[in-house]
Ligand binder design. Sequence first.
Ligand SMILES: [Zn+2]
Ligand SMILES: [Zn+2]
Length: 216
Amino acid sequence: MRCFTGGDFAQNGYVAWCEATNQCVIVDPGAAALDMVADVKTGAGEVTAVLLTHAHLDHVEGLGVIRDYTDAPTYLHPADRVMFDNLPAQVAMLGLSGSGPQLDPPEREFEDGETFHFGESVFRVIHTPGHSPGHVILHAEDDALALVGDLVFAGSVGRTDLPGGDYQALFRSIRQHVLTMPGETRLFTGHGPATTVEHERTTNPFLVPSYGGELA
Ligand SMILES: [Zn+2]
Ligand SMILES: [Zn+2]
């Protein structure tokens, strides 16, 4: 797993590798997409898919750079497709200049519970609405890690004030799908440093009951 951070929102994109076969998947190509492509080239990787945890601008703006390099199909949950198709509106909402990237639609739709195999590694797709309607997380149970996008962060949780955000759904998603993972599971987040399930369960002020949080 390699992390690439870039852009005004310090968004984290990832290249997840199967070290045994050099097959890899690209997750959330944002402003650092060129660095992601360089990493794949350096490692002689074979990109098998591009996976989008959700369709916010900062997580997809580098998709064109990736597509210039590989024909691997892009996956997005259908409930985030409307946002993907309205990137100019997102640009305006975030107060940025320009009209945003012109992107062809994702070729494939995520299904809740489906699995992605690349080399000897497996990601399970879990639909986790709240931050956006079609947000998903990617759980590699055998590797004790998950890519959680903007669902939960080290010491914080995803914002729910953007269109399609839902505060109750966000906490339900975290309780049902993140806090139920084994405590040692490493969480790679869409912004900021990586953390673990146990660390967030015990210290995240939004999740610890003694801090007034909502732990199931
Ligand atoms: Zn987001
Ligand atoms: Zn984000």
